[in-house]
Ligand binder design. Structure first.
Ligand SMILES: [Zn+2]
Length: 381
Protein backbone atom coordinates (compact mmCIF):
# COMPACT_ATOMS: atom_id res chain seq x y z
CA UNK A 1 0.00 0.00 0.00
CA UNK A 2 1.25 3.49 -0.80
CA UNK A 3 0.15 5.14 2.43
CA UNK A 4 1.38 8.65 1.70
CA UNK A 5 -0.33 8.68 -1.73
CA UNK A 6 -3.56 7.44 -0.15
CA UNK A 7 -3.44 10.08 2.60
CA UNK A 8 -2.54 12.83 0.10
CA UNK A 9 -5.51 11.85 -2.08
CA UNK A 10 -7.81 11.79 0.93
CA UNK A 11 -6.64 15.25 2.05
CA UNK A 12 -7.02 16.65 -1.48
CA UNK A 13 -10.53 15.21 -1.74
CA UNK A 14 -11.77 16.53 1.61
CA UNK A 15 -10.38 20.02 0.89
CA UNK A 16 -12.70 20.23 -2.14
CA UNK A 17 -16.09 21.41 -0.91
CA UNK A 18 -18.81 19.17 -2.35
CA UNK A 19 -22.23 19.58 -0.78
CA UNK A 20 -25.03 17.63 -2.46
CA UNK A 21 -25.76 18.86 -6.02
CA UNK A 22 -22.41 20.72 -6.04
CA UNK A 23 -20.03 17.85 -6.72
CA UNK A 24 -18.64 19.17 -10.04
CA UNK A 25 -15.24 20.19 -8.67
CA UNK A 26 -14.59 16.90 -6.92
CA UNK A 27 -15.83 15.10 -10.05
CA UNK A 28 -13.30 17.08 -12.15
CA UNK A 29 -10.52 16.13 -9.71
CA UNK A 30 -11.47 12.47 -9.94
CA UNK A 31 -11.74 12.51 -13.74
CA UNK A 32 -8.29 14.12 -13.95
CA UNK A 33 -6.80 11.55 -11.57
CA UNK A 34 -8.40 8.59 -13.36
CA UNK A 35 -7.39 10.04 -16.72
CA UNK A 36 -3.73 10.13 -15.60
CA UNK A 37 -4.13 6.47 -14.66
CA UNK A 38 -5.33 5.80 -18.21
CA UNK A 39 -8.88 5.03 -17.06
CA UNK A 40 -11.82 6.35 -19.09
CA UNK A 41 -14.67 7.93 -17.11
CA UNK A 42 -18.26 8.51 -18.19
CA UNK A 43 -20.53 11.11 -16.58
CA UNK A 44 -24.27 10.41 -16.71
CA UNK A 45 -27.21 12.85 -16.79
CA UNK A 46 -28.25 12.41 -13.14
CA UNK A 47 -27.06 15.96 -12.38
CA UNK A 48 -29.46 17.52 -14.89
CA UNK A 49 -32.33 15.43 -13.56
CA UNK A 50 -31.85 16.46 -9.93
CA UNK A 51 -30.65 20.04 -10.34
CA UNK A 52 -26.99 19.28 -9.62
CA UNK A 53 -23.84 20.46 -11.40
CA UNK A 54 -22.52 17.00 -12.35
CA UNK A 55 -23.76 13.45 -12.81
CA UNK A 56 -22.51 10.12 -11.49
CA UNK A 57 -19.03 9.00 -12.62
CA UNK A 58 -18.62 5.49 -13.97
CA UNK A 59 -15.20 4.02 -14.79
CA UNK A 60 -15.17 0.50 -16.19
CA UNK A 61 -11.82 -1.23 -16.01
CA UNK A 62 -11.26 -4.40 -18.01
CA UNK A 63 -10.39 -7.56 -16.12
CA UNK A 64 -6.94 -9.12 -16.33
CA UNK A 65 -7.90 -12.58 -15.03
CA UNK A 66 -9.90 -14.74 -17.42
CA UNK A 67 -13.39 -15.67 -16.19
CA UNK A 68 -13.19 -13.59 -13.00
CA UNK A 69 -16.61 -12.01 -12.31
CA UNK A 70 -16.96 -8.21 -12.40
CA UNK A 71 -17.04 -6.37 -9.08
CA UNK A 72 -18.64 -3.01 -8.24
CA UNK A 73 -16.80 -0.52 -6.01
CA UNK A 74 -18.96 2.49 -5.18
CA UNK A 75 -18.80 5.61 -2.98
CA UNK A 76 -20.59 8.96 -3.04
CA UNK A 77 -18.95 12.30 -3.85
CA UNK A 78 -21.21 14.63 -1.85
CA UNK A 79 -20.94 15.46 1.84
CA UNK A 80 -23.28 16.94 4.44
CA UNK A 81 -22.93 20.54 5.59
CA UNK A 82 -21.14 22.52 7.02
CA UNK A 83 -18.54 21.96 4.31
CA UNK A 84 -17.93 25.34 2.66
CA UNK A 85 -14.31 25.41 3.86
CA UNK A 86 -12.76 22.23 5.16
CA UNK A 87 -9.39 22.46 6.86
CA UNK A 88 -8.17 18.96 7.68
CA UNK A 89 -5.83 18.74 10.69
CA UNK A 90 -3.48 15.81 10.99
CA UNK A 91 -2.69 14.70 14.52
CA UNK A 92 -0.56 11.53 14.51
CA UNK A 93 -2.70 8.74 13.08
CA UNK A 94 -5.87 10.83 13.22
CA UNK A 95 -7.25 13.30 10.69
CA UNK A 96 -9.96 15.65 11.95
CA UNK A 97 -11.08 19.21 11.12
CA UNK A 98 -10.49 22.58 12.77
CA UNK A 99 -13.96 22.19 14.30
CA UNK A 100 -15.81 24.50 11.92
CA UNK A 101 -16.91 21.88 9.41
CA UNK A 102 -17.46 18.19 8.87
CA UNK A 103 -14.41 16.31 7.59
CA UNK A 104 -16.24 14.70 4.69
CA UNK A 105 -14.65 11.31 5.32
CA UNK A 106 -18.27 10.38 4.65
CA UNK A 107 -17.72 9.50 1.93
CA UNK A 108 -14.28 10.58 0.69
CA UNK A 109 -12.68 7.82 2.74
CA UNK A 110 -14.55 5.41 0.46
CA UNK A 111 -13.57 7.34 -2.67
CA UNK A 112 -9.87 7.47 -1.69
CA UNK A 113 -9.74 3.78 -0.71
CA UNK A 114 -11.26 2.74 -4.05
CA UNK A 115 -8.78 4.87 -6.02
CA UNK A 116 -5.80 3.46 -4.14
CA UNK A 117 -6.99 -0.15 -4.44
CA UNK A 118 -7.42 0.21 -8.21
CA UNK A 119 -3.92 1.68 -8.52
CA UNK A 120 -2.35 -1.06 -6.44
CA UNK A 121 -3.86 -3.98 -8.38
CA UNK A 122 -2.68 -2.37 -11.61
CA UNK A 123 0.81 -1.43 -10.38
CA UNK A 124 1.45 -4.83 -8.87
CA UNK A 125 -0.27 -6.56 -11.76
CA UNK A 126 -2.52 -8.48 -9.39
CA UNK A 127 -4.91 -10.45 -11.62
CA UNK A 128 -8.47 -9.17 -11.20
CA UNK A 129 -11.87 -9.35 -12.87
CA UNK A 130 -13.57 -6.38 -14.54
CA UNK A 131 -14.02 -3.49 -12.06
CA UNK A 132 -16.99 -1.10 -12.19
CA UNK A 133 -16.01 2.02 -10.23
CA UNK A 134 -19.02 4.23 -9.52
CA UNK A 135 -18.87 7.61 -7.77
CA UNK A 136 -22.40 8.87 -7.13
CA UNK A 137 -23.86 12.32 -6.49
CA UNK A 138 -26.42 13.53 -3.96
CA UNK A 139 -26.49 10.47 -1.68
CA UNK A 140 -27.00 12.55 1.45
CA UNK A 141 -30.20 14.21 0.23
CA UNK A 142 -32.05 10.97 -0.55
CA UNK A 143 -29.81 8.61 -2.60
CA UNK A 144 -30.72 10.65 -5.70
CA UNK A 145 -27.57 9.84 -7.69
CA UNK A 146 -28.12 6.10 -7.27
CA UNK A 147 -31.84 6.44 -7.98
CA UNK A 148 -31.11 8.18 -11.30
CA UNK A 149 -28.22 5.92 -12.32
CA UNK A 150 -28.88 3.44 -15.12
CA UNK A 151 -27.97 0.19 -13.37
CA UNK A 152 -28.13 -1.58 -16.76
CA UNK A 153 -24.72 -0.06 -17.52
CA UNK A 154 -23.04 -2.12 -14.79
CA UNK A 155 -21.33 -5.36 -15.67
CA UNK A 156 -21.06 -6.32 -11.98
CA UNK A 157 -23.89 -8.18 -10.24
CA UNK A 158 -22.16 -7.91 -6.89
CA UNK A 159 -19.89 -5.54 -5.04
CA UNK A 160 -19.63 -3.06 -2.20
CA UNK A 161 -20.64 0.47 -1.46
CA UNK A 162 -18.12 2.00 0.98
CA UNK A 163 -20.31 4.23 3.11
CA UNK A 164 -20.34 3.13 6.71
CA UNK A 165 -18.43 4.07 9.85
CA UNK A 166 -16.05 1.66 11.51
CA UNK A 167 -13.69 -0.75 9.80
CA UNK A 168 -13.82 -4.47 9.00
CA UNK A 169 -17.61 -4.20 9.17
CA UNK A 170 -20.10 -5.14 6.49
CA UNK A 171 -23.71 -3.96 6.53
CA UNK A 172 -26.01 -6.54 4.92
CA UNK A 173 -29.39 -5.42 6.21
CA UNK A 174 -30.88 -1.94 6.23
CA UNK A 175 -34.40 -0.56 6.43
CA UNK A 176 -36.82 0.43 3.74
CA UNK A 177 -38.24 3.90 4.34
CA UNK A 178 -41.49 5.72 3.63
CA UNK A 179 -41.94 9.47 3.66
CA UNK A 180 -45.21 10.92 4.87
CA UNK A 181 -46.73 14.33 4.15
CA UNK A 182 -50.06 15.17 5.74
CA UNK A 183 -52.07 18.35 5.27
CA UNK A 184 -54.71 18.82 7.98
CA UNK A 185 -57.54 21.19 7.05
CA UNK A 186 -59.84 22.77 9.62
CA UNK A 187 -61.99 25.86 9.39
CA UNK A 188 -60.91 29.47 9.81
CA UNK A 189 -62.70 31.67 12.36
CA UNK A 190 -62.04 34.71 14.54
CA UNK A 191 -60.36 33.36 17.65
CA UNK A 192 -62.00 35.88 20.01
CA UNK A 193 -65.30 36.60 18.34
CA UNK A 194 -66.46 33.15 17.19
CA UNK A 195 -64.02 30.35 18.02
CA UNK A 196 -66.94 27.87 18.09
CA UNK A 197 -67.36 28.52 14.35
CA UNK A 198 -63.89 27.25 13.59
CA UNK A 199 -61.97 23.98 13.58
CA UNK A 200 -58.36 24.33 14.67
CA UNK A 201 -56.14 22.35 12.33
CA UNK A 202 -53.39 22.65 14.95
CA UNK A 203 -55.63 21.02 17.57
CA UNK A 204 -56.54 18.20 15.16
CA UNK A 205 -52.88 17.60 14.31
CA UNK A 206 -52.02 17.76 18.02
CA UNK A 207 -54.59 15.07 18.86
CA UNK A 208 -53.31 12.90 16.02
CA UNK A 209 -49.69 13.24 17.10
CA UNK A 210 -50.50 12.62 20.78
CA UNK A 211 -52.09 9.29 19.82
CA UNK A 212 -49.21 8.27 17.54
CA UNK A 213 -46.46 5.74 18.26
CA UNK A 214 -43.19 7.48 17.33
CA UNK A 215 -39.47 7.05 17.94
CA UNK A 216 -38.20 3.52 18.30
CA UNK A 217 -41.12 1.25 17.55
CA UNK A 218 -39.16 -2.00 17.84
CA UNK A 219 -35.71 -3.35 17.06
CA UNK A 220 -36.33 -3.10 13.28
CA UNK A 221 -38.63 -0.11 13.08
CA UNK A 222 -38.44 3.64 13.75
CA UNK A 223 -40.77 6.59 13.10
CA UNK A 224 -40.39 10.34 13.27
CA UNK A 225 -42.31 13.52 12.54
CA UNK A 226 -39.64 16.06 11.69
CA UNK A 227 -41.47 19.07 10.31
CA UNK A 228 -44.65 20.95 11.18
CA UNK A 229 -45.93 24.22 9.76
CA UNK A 230 -49.26 25.97 9.90
CA UNK A 231 -51.44 28.78 11.18
CA UNK A 232 -51.51 32.44 10.19
CA UNK A 233 -51.87 34.54 13.35
CA UNK A 234 -52.64 34.06 17.03
CA UNK A 235 -56.13 35.58 16.64
CA UNK A 236 -57.19 33.25 13.82
CA UNK A 237 -58.36 29.69 14.38
CA UNK A 238 -55.91 27.94 12.05
CA UNK A 239 -57.37 26.17 9.05
CA UNK A 240 -54.29 24.40 7.77
CA UNK A 241 -51.27 22.52 9.14
CA UNK A 242 -48.69 20.53 7.20
CA UNK A 243 -46.81 17.73 8.96
CA UNK A 244 -43.98 15.73 7.42
CA UNK A 245 -42.31 12.63 8.74
CA UNK A 246 -40.91 9.23 7.97
CA UNK A 247 -40.89 5.65 9.09
CA UNK A 248 -38.30 2.95 8.46
CA UNK A 249 -38.21 -0.77 9.03
CA UNK A 250 -36.15 -3.76 8.01
CA UNK A 251 -39.46 -5.67 7.95
CA UNK A 252 -41.82 -4.76 5.10
CA UNK A 253 -44.99 -5.77 6.95
CA UNK A 254 -44.00 -3.62 9.94
CA UNK A 255 -43.22 -0.71 7.62
CA UNK A 256 -46.69 -0.95 6.09
CA UNK A 257 -48.33 -1.26 9.52
CA UNK A 258 -46.52 1.75 10.98
CA UNK A 259 -47.24 3.86 7.89
CA UNK A 260 -50.94 2.94 8.11
CA UNK A 261 -50.96 3.70 11.85
CA UNK A 262 -49.55 7.20 11.29
CA UNK A 263 -52.08 8.02 8.56
CA UNK A 264 -54.95 6.58 10.62
CA UNK A 265 -54.08 8.71 13.65
CA UNK A 266 -54.61 11.81 11.51
CA UNK A 267 -57.83 10.45 9.98
CA UNK A 268 -59.27 9.40 13.32
CA UNK A 269 -58.46 12.75 14.92
CA UNK A 270 -60.03 14.63 12.02
CA UNK A 271 -63.20 12.52 12.25
CA UNK A 272 -63.82 13.84 15.77
CA UNK A 273 -63.99 17.49 14.67
CA UNK A 274 -67.07 18.93 13.03
CA UNK A 275 -68.94 22.22 13.37
CA UNK A 276 -72.13 23.68 11.88
CA UNK A 277 -71.99 27.28 10.75
CA UNK A 278 -75.07 28.98 9.31
CA UNK A 279 -76.75 25.63 8.73
CA UNK A 280 -73.79 24.11 6.93
CA UNK A 281 -71.73 21.30 8.43
CA UNK A 282 -67.94 21.46 8.21
CA UNK A 283 -65.61 18.58 9.03
CA UNK A 284 -61.87 18.47 9.51
CA UNK A 285 -60.12 16.74 6.64
CA UNK A 286 -56.68 15.25 6.05
CA UNK A 287 -54.81 14.72 2.83
CA UNK A 288 -52.05 12.16 3.28
CA UNK A 289 -49.32 11.42 0.78
CA UNK A 290 -47.04 8.46 1.35
CA UNK A 291 -44.01 7.97 -0.90
CA UNK A 292 -41.45 5.23 -0.79
CA UNK A 293 -38.08 6.86 -0.06
CA UNK A 294 -35.96 3.76 -0.61
CA UNK A 295 -36.16 -0.01 -0.53
CA UNK A 296 -34.62 -2.24 2.10
CA UNK A 297 -31.14 -3.75 1.94
CA UNK A 298 -31.18 -7.48 2.47
CA UNK A 299 -28.16 -9.60 1.57
CA UNK A 300 -28.10 -13.22 2.80
CA UNK A 301 -25.28 -13.80 5.25
CA UNK A 302 -24.01 -16.77 3.25
CA UNK A 303 -24.04 -14.92 -0.09
CA UNK A 304 -21.04 -14.59 -2.39
CA UNK A 305 -20.28 -10.97 -1.51
CA UNK A 306 -20.26 -11.69 2.23
CA UNK A 307 -17.95 -14.69 1.72
CA UNK A 308 -15.68 -12.60 -0.51
CA UNK A 309 -15.41 -9.69 1.95
CA UNK A 310 -14.94 -12.06 4.88
CA UNK A 311 -12.09 -13.73 3.01
CA UNK A 312 -10.59 -10.33 2.18
CA UNK A 313 -10.64 -9.11 5.79
CA UNK A 314 -9.34 -12.44 7.08
CA UNK A 315 -6.56 -12.18 4.50
CA UNK A 316 -5.38 -9.15 6.52
CA UNK A 317 -5.50 -11.22 9.68
CA UNK A 318 -8.69 -9.57 10.99
CA UNK A 319 -12.26 -10.72 11.46
CA UNK A 320 -15.26 -9.29 9.60
CA UNK A 321 -18.31 -8.16 11.57
CA UNK A 322 -21.52 -8.61 9.57
CA UNK A 323 -24.44 -6.52 10.82
CA UNK A 324 -27.65 -4.60 10.23
CA UNK A 325 -28.21 -0.84 10.34
CA UNK A 326 -31.02 1.69 10.73
CA UNK A 327 -29.93 3.98 7.88
CA UNK A 328 -30.14 3.79 4.11
CA UNK A 329 -27.34 4.18 1.54
CA UNK A 330 -26.85 3.72 -2.21
CA UNK A 331 -26.68 -0.07 -1.65
CA UNK A 332 -30.40 0.01 -0.73
CA UNK A 333 -31.18 1.14 -4.28
CA UNK A 334 -28.84 -1.32 -6.01
CA UNK A 335 -30.01 -4.23 -3.87
CA UNK A 336 -33.59 -3.44 -2.87
CA UNK A 337 -34.69 -1.88 -6.15
CA UNK A 338 -32.48 -3.69 -8.69
CA UNK A 339 -31.65 -6.99 -7.01
CA UNK A 340 -27.86 -6.66 -7.16
CA UNK A 341 -25.76 -8.24 -4.41
CA UNK A 342 -24.26 -5.00 -3.06
CA UNK A 343 -23.35 -4.68 0.63
CA UNK A 344 -22.03 -1.66 2.55
CA UNK A 345 -18.44 -1.84 3.78
CA UNK A 346 -17.12 0.29 6.67
CA UNK A 347 -14.34 2.64 5.52
CA UNK A 348 -13.09 4.14 8.79
CA UNK A 349 -15.16 7.34 9.04
CA UNK A 350 -16.14 8.25 12.64
CA UNK A 351 -18.62 10.65 14.26
CA UNK A 352 -20.01 11.42 10.83
CA UNK A 353 -22.44 14.28 10.16
CA UNK A 354 -20.80 16.31 12.96
CA UNK A 355 -17.97 18.83 13.12
CA UNK A 356 -16.16 16.32 15.36
CA UNK A 357 -15.82 13.87 12.47
CA UNK A 358 -12.45 12.11 12.27
CA UNK A 359 -10.71 9.16 10.70
CA UNK A 360 -7.68 7.07 11.61
CA UNK A 361 -5.14 6.70 8.82
CA UNK A 362 -4.68 3.07 9.90
CA UNK A 363 -8.37 2.44 9.13
CA UNK A 364 -8.15 4.19 5.77
CA UNK A 365 -5.17 2.01 4.85
CA UNK A 366 -6.93 -1.13 6.14
CA UNK A 367 -9.95 -0.36 3.94
CA UNK A 368 -7.84 0.01 0.80
CA UNK A 369 -6.00 -3.22 1.69
CA UNK A 370 -9.31 -5.04 2.11
CA UNK A 371 -10.38 -3.90 -1.37
CA UNK A 372 -7.11 -5.05 -2.92
CA UNK A 373 -7.50 -8.43 -1.25
CA UNK A 374 -11.15 -8.66 -2.35
CA UNK A 375 -10.18 -7.94 -5.98
CA UNK A 376 -7.43 -10.57 -5.79
CA UNK A 377 -9.63 -13.22 -4.16
CA UNK A 378 -12.48 -12.52 -6.57
CA UNK A 379 -10.20 -13.64 -9.40
CA UNK A 380 -8.88 -16.84 -7.80
CA UNK A 381 -11.97 -18.44 -6.31
ZN1 LIG B 1 -22.37 8.58 3.34
Amino acid sequence: MNQSRLVDDFLSLVRISSPSRREAEVARWLMGTLDRMGVRVDVDDAGEKIGGDTGNLLAQLPGTAPDAPPLLLCAHMDTVIPCERITPVRDGDVIRTDGTSVLGGDDKAGVAAILEAVRIVRERQIPHGPIDVLFTVCEEQGLFGAKHFDVGRLRARRGVVLDCDGVDELIVQGPAANKLRVVVRGLEAHAGLAPEQGISAIKVAGDAIAAMRLGRIDEETTANLGFIEGGLAINIVPNEVTVRGETRSRNDAKLRAQTRHMVECFEQAAARYRVTVEGREHVARVESKVTQDYEGLNIPRDSGIVRLMRGAVEGRGRALTVRATGVGCDANIFNGRHGLEIANLGCGMRQIHTVNEWIAITDLVATAETLVEALRLNAVR
